[in-house]
Design a protein around this ligand. Sequence first.
Ligand SMILES: OC[C@H]1O[C@H](O[C@H]2O[C@H](CO)[C@@H](O)[C@H](O)[C@H]2O)[C@H](O)[C@@H](O)[C@@H]1O
Length: 432
Amino acid sequence: MNPNKNTLLPLNNTVLVPGARFREVYYWDSYWVIKGLLVSGMTDTAKGVIENLMELAERYGFVPNGARIYYENRSQPPLLSMMIRAVYEKTHDKALLKRALPILLREHAFWTSEPHEVRVRDKNGDEHRLSRFWAHWNSPRPESFTIDTHVARGMNKSRAAQLYHDIATAAESGWDFSSRWMEDQQNLRTLRTSMIIPVDLNAFLFQMEKNVEYFASILGNQTIQTQFASAASDRQRAIQRILWSRKRGQWFDAWLSPNGCSFSENDNKTIVYEWKQKRLTYASNFVPLWAGVLPKGDPRRALVVEALNKSGLVLPAGIATSLRNTGQQWDFPNAWAPLVDMVIEGLDASGIPRGKMMAKAISQSWIRSNYEAYHQVGKMLEKYDATSCGKIGGGGEYNLQTGFGWSNGVVLSLLQKYGWPADKPLFCPDAL
Ligand SMILES: OC[C@H]1O[C@H](O[C@H]2O[C@H](CO)[C@@H](O)[C@H](O)[C@H]2O)[C@H](O)[C@@H](O)[C@@H]1O
């Protein structure tokens, strides 16, 4: 392949792609692809997937959205450390950790420096640092150029540039697109992605910090171990003070005020934003349970399990992404394998008996629905519809894609975890 005539970024190891339209490596998809590879005993291939991402991170200082030239302006949800942990737990390969550590430090610096990192104060006036998504781009996305220019029609140059930035930033979040990032929760023209502190991103960064602490402890690097233990505990405190709602038993995204801000006491040049939780229901509100933000035995875990149970997101065929049907793909009624997996794993690890039961029940309805849809379409799908067993997903700017990397990975890992009860039919109840 001639890199001057192709948008693909060259990689040195086996490449696994999501499928159909998506013929290149994607960052956060790779975590669930690796889960599937590990279930299939393909550990070396999984290592190769990680090596590809590490090479990209060495080249750019972060892992790009995907292996295409037009994805160089942004990353995606940072799950590299989770991929490394999954492979390490199978192989105990210290050489992998040794190679990964400096790369993870660079990736951490990318997410914890401006403009990704922002400062906010809690109700007691204590200052905290949390991160947001932020693409370095303010033009239409090359891969969806006509669509983006259409969305920005009639806007003046600077308003359009701001919108293009928030569109690309939504792509960095992996949730492209969702009412979650819209001021009025229905119109793409009101996207404000870069002015939101997202729950899931900070949960992923907490995990990254805990993983780096763990890897450093294995490698005997006490300085990094201590530094990251303290980074994780700072973020845990910030997540609890800014994003948690005890009353609602879940975490909510915080919206930054573009006008309301002051300067940091420690350094009078850095902006400290005013913020407000937007208390809307999204599957991402429950990601911190998966990421272990609440320690083992913490009574708040039971509140989260109860809140999820009553959220309206748990439906007959999986977990809905949101409660709002906007026609966007990261909204109701779509159910996505990565979100379903994080919810199931979080419930299972909660230590709450009801949570464990819910995890198993959601897993069964998900496997059934995937199986039924496979039977109808002959392929695994990118997303499903949570409202009814076997129903396929839709919405958004492109047609439903088949293949599909993360759906395959999640179904394999759930089958490995729970098996399938011999006395239970695999087809949807009303299809029998
Ligand atoms: O081409 C449109 C957009 O497509 C990608 O996003 C969607 O597919 C990815 C691959 O499965 C997935 O990681 C992402 O969560 C999906 O929303 C791409 O990541 C976007 O940057 C791109 O504009």
